[in-house]
Design a protein around this ligand. Structure first.
Ligand code: HEM
Length: 493
């Protein structure tokens, strides 16, 4: 499948919030959810706050600094310490724009016209259809979310940096800017959540142990030499009003260069997941118990813990492949489009980016690409938790992703792919894939059977009797351009 020919890209990197295209370099990140108190005064404070926001151009500079710093020779041979850097971005929910009296009706989503459960309705209304747990009370579905996320949230600030100290100082500065805690406060904190990358050799790995952040879309005209992998996408897949945004011509001018941010608070039940993986370890000739468990786990994700993809290394982990940027994302599931000997259909990375499974049927997946920017939260698993095989401390992923259409991006991936046992649909194969074992959900414990877990007999299924990823909150936000923040949302004093 070929991507439509792009028009020449001329992105204004000083106008786009930094996390969207370049991703903040970070060891830690605080998500600060707030309500707006006095709209007019807030808009004035926002105007003064805008210079604090880091743009794509500034993040690129930060990254250059980091590269230079890493190349510096340390005579002791030790890794040089990180350099103090911090980045701040801001985004608003529909409730936020409503409170500010800003018309955001053009932020309607491609597929949601009429039946909207997208940005304009907010994520709480979408929770049931995302498969989150909850109960029907009267005519309402009330998700089993943390109380904070059941309140109205008007906006979120994300502050990322290399240490708690630098991030905390920035949070203080932001609170001063909006006079938080004083009688003149223009915002009120609803909750803030701190995420941290994991320690030591687990840096970059999510809590189940798999290397994350490998595959994000390369943007045509922005990413100069992307490593080989899925086709690069047009900027408008992520940014509103650019070529590739499905509603490009219907956006208001102030919405151009903004992006929708889907945030999800996802808890991970790590000891329980590990127990499931060990109990179902593959008992194949020549494999130890540990190797059998590692292989079974890799088949749930589609990559080994190192990051090496099953499609290229189906039976044994290959850490060299995992480190090699020119190879580790360069696969398409095409060698086995109708089979699941190499990688199960339901594996997390095949469900969330089916590559040739759809492209070879002439279906473009460009519109379904998302820019993932999450971070882990919570402590490492304790010895006691490991012994008792039971989670006692909250940990997981602060999932965040950017896209120009929620209905073809995050919502579509979660609802139509991960939660759909019949996806990907094949005529020639007898096996039903089952739900994505990592994030697929249907509001119940019993998530049904998943096939393809045993490479030799893909028809053998394993029952998913519980969830290891549990959603406890979230919201849909819009992350505006710098120009919009200055001229439309902010007010000069
Ligand atoms: C706690 C929950 C989650 C965990 C543990 C998790 C874990 C992972 C891991 C280990 C990878 C492979 C590394 C990489 O390719 O970057 C990955 C890739 C990916 N995940 Fe997740 N993920 C989670 C939630 C989600 C959610 C909620 C979505 C979207 C609905 C999602 C969408 C994706 C996508 C699009 C990819 C890249 C696929 C590719 O390009 O090959 N993930 N995830």
């Amino acid at each position: 499948m070929t991507t439509p020919a792009p028009t020449p890209v001329n992105l204004d990197l000083n106008n786009i919030q930094g996390d969207i295209l370049s991703g903040f370099p970070k060891k830690t990140e605080t998500f600060y959810f707030f309500q707006i108190l006095d709209p007019t005064k807030f808009r004035k404070d926002l105007h003064d706050f805008v210079p604090i926001i880091k743009t794509v151009a500034q993040v690129l500079k930060d990254r250059e600094e980091i590269d230079k710093h890493r190349k510096k020779k340390d005579p002791s041979g030790r890794k040089p310490p990180t350099i103090p850097l911090v980045g701040v971005n801001i985004a608003f929910s529909h409730l936020g724009f409503t409170k500010l009296g800003i018309d955001d009706t053009k932020l309607i989503d491609q597929a949601n016209q009429g039946t909207s459960t997208g940005f304009l309705d907010g994520q709480r209304k979408d929770a049931q259809s995302l498969g989150d747990r909850g109960a029907v009370q009267g005519t309402d579905f009330v998700p089993d979310w943390d109380e904070e996320f059941k309140q109205d949230i008007h906006g979120v600030l994300n502050i990322a940096g290399d240490s708690h100290a630098i991030v905390d100082r920035k949070v203080q500065l932001i609170e001063q800017c909006f006079k938080v805690g004083t009688k003149d406060a223009t915002i009120k904190k609803v909750t803030s959540i701190r995420g941290d990358t994991r320690p030591g050799d687990q840096d970059g790995h999510e809590h189940f142990g798999y290397l994350d952040g490998i595959s994000n879309p390369a943007i045509i005209g922005f990413d100069k030499n992307p490593p080989p992998g899925p086709a690069p996408v047009r900027a408008g897949v992520i940014l509103l009003g650019q070529d590739g945004d499905l509603r490009k011509d219907q956006r208001d001018p102030w919405q151009v260069d903004g992006s929708f941010l889907a945030f999800r608070l996802l808890f991970q039940r790590v000891p329980e997941f590990d127990e499931f993986v060990f109990a179902n370890r593959l008992q194949l000739p020549g494999l130890s118990d540990k190797e059998g468990a590692d292989l079974f786990g890799a088949r749930l994700v589609g990559r080994w813990k190192s990051g090496a993809p099953l499609d290229l290394s189906p039976f044994f982990d290959d850490p060299d492949l995992a480190r090699d940027e020119s190879r580790r994302n360069n696969f398409h599931f095409s060698a086995e489009r109708n089979f699941q000997k190499l990688c199960p259909f339901a594996a997390h990375i095949r469900k969330t980016l089916p590559r040739a499974d759809l492209e070879e049927n002439g279906i473009s997946i460009e519109k379904n690409r998302i820019m993932r920017r999450g971070i882990q939260f919570g402590p490492e698993v304790t010895r006691r938790e490991r012994q008792n095989k039971k989670t006692e401390h909250g940990r997981g992923l602060l999932f965040a992703c950017y896209q120009s259409n929620l209905s073809t991006g995050f919502q579509f991936i979660q609802k139509s792919w991960a939660n759909n046992p019949n996806f990907p649909p094949f005529e020639q194969t007898p096996e039903t894939p089952g739900l994505d074992p990592i994030i697929g959900q249907n509001g119940q414990d019993d998530r049904g059977p998943v096939s393809g877990v045993n490479p030799n007999t893909p028809s053998i299924t394993v029952a998913l009797k519980e969830e290891w990823v549990v959603s406890r909150g979230g919201e849909y936000f819009f992350s505006p351009s710098i120009k919009a923040l200055k001229e439309t949302i902010g007010l000069a004093a």
